[in-house]
Design a protein around this ligand. Structure first.
Ligand code: MG
Ligand code: MG
Length: 267
């Protein structure tokens, strides 16, 4: 069952989302060659606790860390470790936080130094597909409309859309109804309702859509070893339309990037 949130609850959820947004912004200037993902994980844990929040992933389903850190061919759920990032890597950072009993959960894929034009394109298209999906999140539409839009857009570039992992409703639990696949058919699936909050999170592979899992029981990788990108926002339906609760603006401020991509989703 989809749990609609009140206006007050949505404002609390914005706070939770912004804890994560600020954490990703803090990490943006720390992502560079030579830095380990475990070091970034420790920074994030301290930073979240300083904001009177709790790391949302740590211990959830027994996950061992604050961040999911998934470099290159890792799609999601990578475990932070002591391997330094190198120039030309990409690193997907997924972060969760609990504040006021509500979860925030969002993600960004960072280039480490200079990456190839091919990889830059994967990052650009995956992030664009997130907004293509969010545009469909309105009262009157259904789950399949979001998935269809993301799939149509990313497959037009020859990319693979991961099937086994999906976005989700968000609230007092990390994973609520509905599941939000990044593929689907127009007009199918559950109907969207006023006040719902979801995490939309395209996981897009440069090559095959097929994945495998490492023996650690967590890490998901592309089956062909080609890179994968992951971008995620927390979004509410307010006045029938999508309203972003999370923001990439802290990342852009840290990196000196100009962007007005989020403007259409602010009421
Ligand atoms: Mg996430
Ligand atoms: Mg999520």
């Amino acid at each position: 069952m989809i749990i609609a949130k009140t206006t007050e609850e949505i404002e609390l959820m914005r706070e939770s989302a912004l804890v994560v947004s600020k954490t990703l912004g803090m990490l943006a200037s720390e992502v560079k060659p030579g830095v380990t993902t475990l070091y970034l994980d420790k920074l994030a844990e301290e930073f979240i606790r300083e904001q009177d929040a709790i790391p949302g992933f740590l211990g959830l389903y027994d996950f061992p860390n604050t961040l999911c850190m998934s470099p290159n061919a890792q799609v999601v759920h990578g475990i932070p470790n002591n391997t330094p990032l190198v120039e030309g890597d990409i690193i997907s950072i997924d972060c969760g936080a609990i504040k006021n009993d509500f979860y925030g959960d969002h993600a960004y894929t960072f280039p480490v130094g200079e990456v190839t034009p091919e990889v830059t394109k994967l990052l650009t298209v995956t992030k664009e597909s997130l907004y293509v999906g969010i545009r469909e999140l309105k009262v009157g539409n259904r789950v399949g409309d979001v998935g269809h839009a993301i799939q149509q857009y990313t497959e037009s570039f020859g990319y693979g859309v991961v099937r086994e992992l999906v976005g989700h409703g968000l609230g007092r639990k990390m994973h609520e109804d509905p599941e939000m696949p990044n593929y689907g058919r127009r007009g199918r699936g559950k109907k969207f309702i006023e006040g719902m909050v979801v995490a939309i999170e395209p996981m897009i592979n440069m090559g095959t859509k097929n994945i495998k899992q490492l023996r650690d029981g967590w890490t998901i990788l592309t089956r062909d070893g080609k890179p994968s990108a992951h971008f995620e926002h927390d979004v509410a339906i307010v006045n029938g339309k999508p309203e972003l609760l999370s923001t990439f603006q802290y990342i852009y401020d840290a990196l000196g990037i100009e962007s007005d991509e989020e403007a259409e989703f602010r009421q």
